[in-house]
Design a protein around this ligand. Structure first.
Ligand code: NAP
Length: 550
């Protein structure tokens, strides 16, 4: 809440509301928006403004305050690396940053670079239309503001549009319901309450054990069982801090060179290179160490189903060992997709929570949720679950949702929603033909969610900044990609995805499968951040190949 207060203070110090014409409008004040503002305003000396729906900085972290919300990137890598002083002066307290600490960090960044004076908080964008004659974007807000800019840059994140499933009867519910991605800043008191949690993705796996600590009873409604590896969160030791101080340049180099932007290297060895006994020891060590490194134990875990099966079986056996009730353990271990083909969660005592007397697992694949009733929830078999609070840990309309919510219209009024009717089509995840001077930071088709986000964000922001700087130097007014470039990129995105096991998780949000009616297209670029970085650099060096500049 300290952050919310600080943010409000920031809101009061908001810029003079009169200026409505800018060189650049940036939408969103999370990692991307803050850095993009700094680059354009302070490095290129452009007039730039950030429009932010929330009352404070943080982006997805402003809204995701649910119990247990914590990043799964390690804190020393979940930060900006563009400024050595910033890097050395900020001290993280734990191995993984909790949601409040991430907001404190971003608040610190915003204050340190004096960004808040250029951010309009509490300002939700409702439309953005390209005016071809003027070569400017006209942006409207919920409050009735009309702003214009030559460049429109979306910094809306990939996971910011909450997905509340359309379960019949929700409006009749007499209790309280909340979505984890729109968590009330004042918190939710579960004491003495019968709580139902729908969803067992990364979010549900984090929230369930924490909710169980105070709820009278927690019922977890699981549709798809999920893998999880212990996070092993802990306070950072003085020794580790010392190690960081000595090794940051090398760690940053690794983060920029590895496919997933994390500060650890994916092993070159294949599963078949070791004996079953050695393999078991490797998995045991990774399980004990905890975190996403588990995925990096072998090179072929995401490339070869047989290799993946060994990791999958290891985790399923761990679940069976941890969870004492056999029937519950079997439901939790009945996982239908390869390990890490869906975003692999890491947890703190998730499976252990099912050993508590006040936690029950309900398999809603076997007996689907039929309706929310005034008193709780009913499944198809007619079984009623009386509830006081329902927690929807049901995820997001990922990647395209936040962009389509902006109601963007390009040349001749073409709506982005129409251009993407069959799924997102763009070039490098950065630009869409028909939408000149619009850049989408971490858009679909970029590595984004398959990478440690700040690493992906810094690369996009710097590429966009360099591009705008070059346009200015050459007195160019417009940049727009082409249909041919988009076709080529869509092919590359599909090729990269199909070289992995990722598309085999048919119900994954990577494929848009979690939102009814959403086109099934594998959205993020799975070719790796390092390859992507090189591709983008080469394209810029060759005079922005695939773009038309005029
Ligand atoms: P998610 O991965 O999409 O999971 C949503 C869960 O809700 C799934 O278990 C899904 O079941 C279930 N669900 C959705 N609609 C349902 C319905 N109508 N009935 C029953 N179950 C339903 O969403 P998330 O857990 O919020 O995570 C989204 C992403 O956010 C993560 O993958 C990760 O990238 C990011 N995240 C990161 C962290 C972290 O850094 N530690 C934490 C939280 C989130 P099905 O699988 O059957 O669809």
């Amino acid at each position: 809440m300290a952050t919310a207060k600080a943010a409000k203070k920031g809101a009061r110090r908001a810029p003079a509301r009169k200026q409505q014409a800018f060189d650049a409008i940036i939408v969103g004040a999370g990692f991307s928006g803050l850095y993009q503002l700094h680059c354009l305003r302070d490095r290129l000396d452009l007039s730039a403004v950030v429009l932010e729906a929330g009352d404070g900085v943080g982006g997805t972290w402003y809204w995701n305050l649910y119990p247990g919300a914590r990043c799964d990137s390690e804190s020393h890598s979940y930060c900006f690396t563009f400024d050595d002083k910033l890097l050395s002066e900020w001290q993280w307290s734990e191995r993984y940053p909790g949601h409040a600490e991430v907001r404190r960090y971003l608040d610190h960044v915003a204050d340190r670079f004096d960004l808040k004076r250029s951010i309009r908080f509490g300002t939700r964008v409702t439309g953005a239309t390209y005016d071809e004659a003027a070569n400017r974007w006209q942006v409207t807000t919920e409050g009735g503001d009309k702003l214009t800019a030559k460049f429109l840059i979306t910094a809306v994140g990939c996971l910011s549009t909450a997905n509340v499933p359309a379960i019949p009867g929700l409006h009749s519910f007499k209790g309280r319901w909340v979505h984890t991605g729109q968590w009330p800043h004042e918190g939710v008191d579960f004491t003495g309450k019968r709580v139902g949690q729908i969803g067992t993705g990364s979010t549900g796996i984090q929230s369930a054990p924490v909710i169980a600590e105070t709820a009278k009873h927690l019922t977890v409604f699981q549709r798809t069982a999920n893998y999880s590896v212990p996070a092993r969160n802990a306070p950072l030791t003085p020794e580790f801090r010392h190690y960081l101080r000595e090794n940051y340049p090398e760690l940053v180099r690794i983060m920029r060179k590895t496919p997933n932007g994390h500060p650890f290297v994916i092993e070159r060895r294949l599963v078949a290179d070791v004996t079953p006994v050695e393999r078991q020891a490797i998995y045991e060590a990774a399980w004990e160490k905890g975190g996403l490194q588990f995925r990096a134990t072998f090179h072929d875990l995401l490339l070869d189903k047989a290799a993946n099966d060994t990791a999958a079986e290891f985790i399923k056996n761990k679940i069976r060992t941890i969870v004492k009730d056999k029937a519950t353990a079997e439901k939790l271990a009945d996982i239908d997709h390869p390990y890490a083909a869906k975003r692999p969660p890491i947890d703190t005592d998730y499976f252990e929570a099912f050993n508590r007397d006040n936690v029950t697992l309900v398999d809603v694949r076997a007996d689907p949720i039929e309706a929310i009733t005034p008193g709780g929830l009913r499944t198809r078999s007619g079984k009623e679950y009386p509830l006081d609070i329902i927690v929807f840990a049901t995820g997001f309309d990922a990647m395209t949702g936040p962009l389509l919510a902006l109601n963007i219209r390009g040349r001749e009024g073409l709506a982005l929603a129409d251009a993407w009717k069959a799924g997102p089509r763009n070039y490098l995840g950065l630009q869409v033909a028909g939408f000149p001077n619009l850049f989408t930071i971490t858009g679909p088709g970029s590595p984004s969610v398959l990478c440690n986000m700040p690493v992906a964000i810094e690369q996009h922001v710097e590429w966009i900044t360099d591009c705008i700087a070059e346009m200015r130097a050459k007195r160019l007014q417009r940049i727009e990609t082409t249909d041919a470039a988009m076709d080529g990129w869509v092919q590359e995105v599909n090729r990269a995805a199909n070289a992995t096991l990722l598309p085999q998780a048919h119900h994954s949000w990577y494929l848009g499968a979690n939102v009814p009616g959403k086109p099934r297209v594998f959205m993020p670029y799975a070719g790796g951040m390092a390859r992507y970085r090189d591709l983008c650099a080469g394209i810029a060096a060759r005079g922005y190949e695939g773009f038309v500049l005029s």
